[in-house]
Design a protein around this ligand. Structure first.
Ligand code: MN3
Length: 201
C-alpha cells in the first residue's frame, strides 16, 4: 500500500499566533512528508503488508516483519500521529460540550484540571514524544508516549494529542515547551475531539 500525506485542513498561517506559519509549513511539508516517505520505503516489497492500512500497522506492530518493525513503529507512528494532530487543531475550534464535557467534569473535575494534567504529561516526557487524551469505553485519562509511539499499540484510543517534539515549537517558543503547551489549547478543535469521543463510548 502506498501511504500518502493527507491534505492539511487549513492554511499554514491559520493557527497564528499560537502556531506560527513557518513552523506549520516545515512541520507538515518536511517532517510529516519524511515520515510518509520513510514508511513507504520500509514496507516496499513486503507483500504481506500490501493491503494493510495505517491503523492496522499501528495496532498490530508485533505482526510487522521484524526487519522493518522499528522503521514502521517510528515512521508509521509519525505518519499516524501527525495526520491526527492536524485534525485536532483548528482556528475557532469551540469548547467541549455535551457528553465530552460531562466526561471531562466527571473524570478530571474540570476542563482546567484536564489541561493541567495533560500539560504535565507533555512536560514530563523527557526528550521527544506526545501527550494524549485517551477514551476507554467513555472513561477519559491522560498519558504520554515516547518518540512516535501511539496509544493504539497498547490498545488505547486517543481522542486528542499534542506533539511535544521540539520541531513542533522551537522556532516560536525555543525551549519553552510549557508556554507552547499552554498556548496550544487556543487552537484545539473541540468539535473533532467530541467526534472522536463519540466513537469511544
Ligand atoms: Mn511533529
Amino acid at each position: 500500500m502506498q501511504y500518502i500525506l493527507p491534505k492539511l485542513p487549513y492554511s499554514y498561517d491559520a493557527l497564528e499566533p499560537y502556531i506560527d506559519a513557518r513552523t506549520m509549513e516545515i512541520h507538515y511539508s518536511k517532517h510529516h512528508q519524511a515520515y510518509v516517505d520513510k514508511l513507504n520505503a520500509a514496507v516496499e516489497n513486503k507483500k504481506e503488508l500490501e493491503n494493510k492500512d495505517l491503523d492496522w500497522l499501528i495496532k498490530n506492530l508485533e505482526q510487522v516483519p521484524e526487519d522493518i518493525r522499528l522503521g514502521v513503529r517510528n515512521n508509521g507512528g509519525g505518519h499516524w500521529n501527525h495526520s491526527f494532530f492536524w485534525q485536532v487543531m483548528a482556528k475557532n475550534g469551540g469548547q467541549p460540550e455535551g457528553k465530552l464535557l460531562e466526561a471531562i467534569n466527571k473524570d478530571f473535575g474540570s476542563l482546567e484540571k484536564l489541561k493541567e494534567e495533560f500539560n504535565l504529561a507533555a512536560m514530563n516526557r523527557f526528550g521527544s514524544g506526545w501527550a494524549w487524551l485517551i477514551a476507554d469505553k467513555g472513561k477519559l485519562s491522560v498519558m504520554s508516549t515516547a518518540n512516535q509511539d501511539n496509544p493504539l499499540t497498547e490498545g488505547k484510543t486517543p481522542i486528542l494529542g499534542l506533539d511535544a517534539w521540539e520541531h513542533s515549537y522551537y522556532l516560536k517558543y525555543q525551549n519553552r515547551r510549557q508556554e507552547y503547551a499552554e498556548q496550544w489549547w487556543q487552537v484545539v478543535n473541540w468539535r473533532q475531539v467530541g467526534d472522536n469521543y463519540s466513537k469511544c463510548v
